[in-house]
Structures are given as structure tokens and as C-alpha cells.
Design a binder for this molecule. Sequence first.
Ligand code: SAH
Ligand code: AVI
Length: 325
Amino acid sequence: MWPAGKHLARPVVAGDTEEDEAFAAAIVDGLSAPTKSLPCRYLYDERGSLLFEKITALPEYYPTRTETAILKAHVGEIAGGLGKGEVLVEFGSGSSRKTEILLGAMPNLVAYVPIDVSENALEDAQRRLSKRFPNLDIRPVHGDFSQALRLPAHLRFSRKIGFFPGSTIGNLEEGEARALLESFRNSLSPGGRLVAGVDLLKDEKTLKLAYDDPAGVTAAFNLNMLERINREFGPAFELDGFSHEARFNKEKSRIEMHLVSGRDQVVDLLGHQFAFHRGETIHTENSHKYTVDGFRALARLAGWTPNRVWTDANKLFSIHELTDR
Ligand code: SAH
Ligand code: AVI
């Protein structure tokens, strides 16, 4: 039996899930294109989520500690008056560490719904949070946050607050980012509110160091994409044949992560032969950097009303409050 995916020359294997099939199809599509790429959400398997957590503690990776400091400094304003009878929905929740700051200031929340593609990250976060907040109803959703939100029946009619920290919005192209903010508005309406963390445009040197740290943790995070493919569908990639590169694309105001082929090589994967010439890359992630006004304009295009904005003194990072009215 053969799957329906148009490029998928691979038999369905017993035990394959829909998720495996979607990943396999994305690999074949991405590596068959003239400019090779892989969707960045596949960076986050169990190992990828652990490596991302290590990135967040690096001295060069300023976003996490800066956003955390902004949240701590302004939690009264950000969360004040919110939470009573409401559901907090977090998109791409990962470790939910920043969420703890908000949860501490929202004692009357009805439920917390973390959504993530990384099952391990969701499980670890639930374990930790249920110890710290034993009375909180935690309802993890394992899945893609770009899909329409389906809440358990008893929560469907509660007012919803969205939380989208980490500048994960920056990982989407402009059109996709607008569509995602629109879909969040639909999921959170009526009377919805979104608190979103957005990394700000800054000098190239700071940006490149944040995405190419000397300890090589970001390189390991990026190369884990190939290791994951080898684990799930391989062996296919020779890991010494590829290296990590972080590029600043000034025109598009973004850092790009690439995996660069160090030699001419052919990779045998999923019934296909993917040819790489020396220097050719697989584009694995974009991380767009916004200005405060640029993000507010994008939010408006998605139908939100931008309200308050909080930043740090050095204007490295911003937190935006968007309302649905
Ligand atoms: N919110 C956390 C984690 C940010 S890392 C923080 O601010 O530190 C991005 C997170 O989004 C990861 O946990 C990753 O697994 C998740 N993610 C990425 N793409 C996703 C998608 N399409 N749907 C759901 N989760 C996604
Ligand atoms: C999750 N996301 C916003 C991170 C970022 O900064 O774009 C992922 C990351 N990639 C490399 N380092 C961190």
C-alpha cells in the first residue's frame, strides 16, 4: 500500500502516524525544491526541545532573559485584572517557564491550555506546573498551533487570553504571520486578548552571535534536524557532510539558519536520491526581527487592535498587548 502524498515514494509502515506521514511529505517536498528547505517546527523533537532550552540560557541568546525580565517588571500591568473566569491559551508553550510569571499573577484562572508540537516539552511543563499550581486545571494540546483551536466543551464559552511569547511569530514569513495572528483572533474571540513577545531589529553582530554561539549549541540544534530525520527515516545524512550557518538577511530583516553541504553528495532518503553540491544549503529557519511599529502594523492587518507595548531599556525585545475590538 502506498500513501496518497504526491511525492511520497515510500510504503506506509505499520505504526506510522499521521504526524510521521506529514513529516515525510514535508521532507520530500522541501528537499525536491530548487532551493532546499525544511519547516522549522520539525526542529523540536525531544532532543530539539532540550537543545532549545540550552540555547535560552546562553549569554549570547538575549531574547529569553530579556523577555523574562520585561514580564517580571510589568506583570502587574500585563496580567492585572485578567484571569477571573478566563482561560489562558499559550501557543508554542515549550517549557512554560515564562508562563509561570503570568500564572502567579492570575490566581482565578479557569484553565491553562498550553499548545505545542513537542509532546515531551508539554509533559515536563505539566508535571512542574501542577506541583506549583495544584488547583490549576491544565489541559495540554499536542499539535500545530496554526490549526483552529478546539477546547474541551466546559471551556468553550469562557473568555480567552492568548499568550504567544518567545518571538515564535518571527519564525513565520510575513503572510503566514498575518494569517496566524488572524487565526488566533478567531480562536480567542469574542473579546479575546493576545500578549505576544516580539524580538526587535538590532545590529547584525548581536543578532549573528545569538544564532551562532561559540559553544555550538545553536549549531547542534540546527544539525539535530538531520539527526532527527536519520532517527525517524534513516540512516540517510552523513552528519560530517553538513555544517550550521546563521545568515543575516537585511532586506527581509531576518536571521536565517541554514545547513550547508560541505561537499558534493547524494542523500538516499524516503525512496529518493537528493543531490547536494558543495556549498548548497537546506534553509531550516527564519527568525524575523520587527520594529515596534512594524509589528503593530502587522497586528492591525490581522484585525487586532494594538494596545500597550513594553520593552527593555536597551530596546532589544518587546511585549505587545493586542485586543479584539
Ligand atoms: N514559548 C517558549 C518556547 C519558544 S520555542 C518560550 O518563549 O521560550 C518555540 C516553541 O514552539 C517550541 O516549544 C516548539 O515546539 C513550538 N512550536 C513551533 N512550531 C509550532 C507549531 N507549528 N505548532 C505548535 N507548536 C510549535
Ligand atoms: C523559537 N524561536 C523564536 C527561536 C528564535 O530565536 O527564532 C528559535 C531559535 N532558533 C535558533 N535559536 C533559537
